[in-house]
Design a protein around this ligand. Sequence first.
Ligand code: GLN
Length: 487
Amino acid sequence: MMMDTAGLSAEHCVELLDTREVSCRELVSAYLDRIDRDDDRVHAFLRTRRELALAEADGFDRDGRTGLQGVPIALKDILCTKGEETTAGSRILEGHVPIYDGGCVTRVKAAGLVSLGKTNMDEFAMGSSTENSAFGVTHNPWDPDRVPGGSSGGSSAAVAAGFAPLALGTDTGGSIRQPAALCGVVGMKPTYGAVSRYGLIAFASSLDQIGPFAHTVRDCALLLQVICGKDECDATSVELPEPIVVPEAQDLRGVRLGVPTGLLEQGIEPGVRESFDAGIRSAKGLGADVVEVALPHAGYALPAYYLIAPAEASANLSRFDGVRYGLRREEAGDTIVDMYGRTRAEGFGAEVKRRIMLGTYALSAGYYDAYYGMAQKVRTRIREDFQAAFGDCDLIAMPTSPTVAFRIGERVDDPWAMYASDVLTVPVNLAGLPGISIPCGLSEGLPVGLQLVGPAFAENRILVAAHALEQALGFDPRPAATAEAQA
Ligand code: GLN
């Protein structure tokens, strides 16, 4: 009988391996078989690595194992993997095989986690739906007609569909928390600097962070223990002031939870609002002290983000020139400038080109102060807003996304509607803060995410509260089981 991986946590995997109820090979095979059976419908993975994964599993079965060794993981295809293709969802990097592992990937391997493969994503992590991938869309396991969110939609869908108990994604403006919310899984963006960005293909370097997806908050903590810490190859990375602790708390007594009411007036779907309010009532039931907080400049976060992120992207993406990486397009008689143009015209998708143009414009001599400079000032105000708010509360709670998963195709022709998905997540990136999204219920049969944001390096505070709340909410992470129960 095929082992049922739906909703299986990494902790549970460890238990099955520790008690030898299953071997590493059996565990890894169960996930790979599930991918083979169902990923045609989901398209979470761009590539799997069956033979390599099974060989690693056999090694642990032969030589013995401890900790997370032998537990499967899925990696977003923006993390460089030595000897294994890494495309960032872009045609321009098709066939690109890195000659080194990213810092995070090195740690994941050292911990003995077994990579099952690379997951689909919006091209260069630009998007909120995974529809901007050059390699096809990913479908939400809760409803195949809907997006899984993005840009790490392949990773969130992989966990939701039972293809992997753990996954890594990246979050520049919400790309871990928003797809986690839309797929009914837990996703966390650590404090800027907590995780090395070495070997992460850069989108907006002052915002990008790698983080975990899992079914439970405790699993996220286990994976954070693996990936956090200083890396000599990323000068912005730091050692956490205190090690990540796997949370056990069952209540929220003494926790002051701030709700930024002003921010919640705008464009939040009624079903999302209801589910969020129910989550806040549960938090109160657990003893949290709920207070109102103000983030007066958070309403300007979206325009500031959509200047700063494209500005940084326009510089970062200038390296894709047809000479050093991936695709090269050239015709007889082309000058090198013709070749650059042809390669970039064919290699980049529409959204990436839009960002490069927006960013180049925002950084150009005559407009720099009015756009990029102004956006940086707004960024400072937003950071100060959070600092002030954390004088009155320990954690801030918000919905993660203003809506549940939207239909595939619905927003592709309306960039501003797509960007609006990020209204509640980008302020957190601009301030460099840690944030988690946990599933807090369903609206019209689709998952709703609740976001908890903390001060810089308060990962443990977030994990403790999110774990207590998760226990009280008792969300069933299995899309099919939920569909059956509702039928
Ligand atoms: N949706 C946002 C964007 O398109 C965030 C993406 C991200 O976090 N990588 O830029």
